[in-house]
Design a protein around this ligand. Structure first.
Ligand SMILES: O=C(O)CCC(=O)C(=O)O
Ligand SMILES: [Fe+2]
Length: 355
């Protein structure tokens, strides 16, 4: 019998969805059913360009001649969507390809082999599922591997796969790349907020980087399950590598779920709740979810980027005063996480941070 987790930083063990899917059931077990076919979202990508998630060319942000225009685009992307896709971001295709291949090879291993790196009681890291706190909770159509990668002293190496053999070094390299990228994006995000100093972006140098590798197996009734239930991320910024070529990731925009069309070599960035707080709510951490496919599996590799634990989490002082008041409380990093892991699953975390 599984023990009941003390808080949300631990999870009950539930069956592997990948193993379930391999048995080719005709119907989905009741525990996964959360019908959503009424919202018609399984379909295709939006053809109307105004309904597509904004595309930001990082090389244009770096170039002084094109910077102002691209910063404008970035500002509206963060304000109106909370998410954008990045091209020309400077991370090599080799790093992205290697990461994608290693994660794919990991999930293709026999189940028994994968369980060498399974989650242990009381901790979310490792191979398993997230946030299952009761035996009757509805489940996501998702298996995952969750690892803390930076700073190095946070690594639990006993949970880092040694099969496939290149997994560890690839993840190491990939997380360094994500760190460099996020420092640069946060610098531009704060610039687009009118903050000229680099205090916030520099705090991502000593930040925390946790990587969640999601595996969504094919599902006989995709319109009846969710790969990941709607949520906003508690990160500063989340960087997502979509390894599918069909609708999977969806963001809520003007009360409608919009499919994100994967672009070869692009990385999706979304605002997390820490940047929402630091921007005093000017930029919002968007709700998003994952849907699944009837015949195809999908992998996504998600890096949750947090600023240094030494940095308080509160509205930037430069954004309050002169007519604007702080909308969110100021918390230490530890207070923020204590609140997050002790929240009720049905309560809005961001609302609990309001003044
Ligand atoms: O797989 C996806 O596209 C979404 C994953 C996600 O939102 C998460 O892991 O927080
Ligand atoms: Fe997410």
């Amino acid at each position: 019998m599984d023990s009941i987790p003390a808080n949300l930083n631990s999870t009950l063990s539930v069956p592997s969805v990948q193993e379930l899917s391999l048995q080719q059931p005709e119907k989905v077990p009741a525990r996964y059913i959360r019908d959503h076919d009424g919202d018609g979202t399984i379909g295709t990508f939006p053809s109307d360009p105004s309904l597509r998630v904004p595309l930001i060319d990082i090389s244009k942000l770096v170039n002084v001649e094109t910077q102002d225009d691209e910063l404008q685009k970035l500002h509206f992307a963060c304000k109106d969507w909370g998410v954008f896709q990045m091209v020309n971001h400077g991370v090599s295709n080799t790093s992205l390809e290697n990461m994608r291949n290693q994660v794919q090879q990991f999930f293709e291993l026999p189940f028994q082999e994968k369980t060498r790196w399974a989650q242990k009681p009381g901790n979310l890291e490792g191979y398993g599922q997230a946030f299952v706190t009761s035996q009757d909770q509805k489940l996501d159509w998702n298996d995952m591997m969750f690892l803390s990668s930076l700073p190095i002293q946070n690594r639990k190496l006993d949970l880092w796969p040694q099969n496939p053999p290149q997994f560890r070094e690839t993840l190491e390299r990939y997380s360094e790349d994500m760190r460099e990228l996020v420092i640069s994006i946060v610098k531009f995000i704060t610039l687009s907020l009118g903050l000229k100093d680099t205090e916030i972006s520099e705090n991502f140098r000593e930040g925390l980087y946790n990587i969640r590798m999601n595996f969504y197996p094919p599902c006989p009734e995709p319109e009846r399950v969710l790969g990941i239930v709607p949520h906003a991320d508690n990160s500063g910024i989340t960087l997502l590598l979509d390894c599918g070529d069909f609708p999977g990731l969806q963001f809520l925009k003007d009360q409608k779920w919009v499919n994100i069309e994967p672009i070869e070599g692009a990385i999706v960035a979304n605002i997390g709740q820490i940047i929402e707080v630091m921007s005093n709510g000017i930029y919002k951490a968007p709700e998003h979810r994952a849907i699944v496919n009837k015949t195809k599996e999908r992998i996504s590799i998600v890096t949750f980027c947090y600023p240094s634990p030494h940095m308080d989490i509160g509205p930037s002082e430069k954004l309050i005063g002169e007519g604007s008041v702080a909308v969110y409380k100021n918390l230490t990093h530890a207070e923020y996480f204590t609140r997050f892991f002790n929240r009720e699953l049905d309560e809005s975390f961001i609302d609990s941070l309001r003044v």
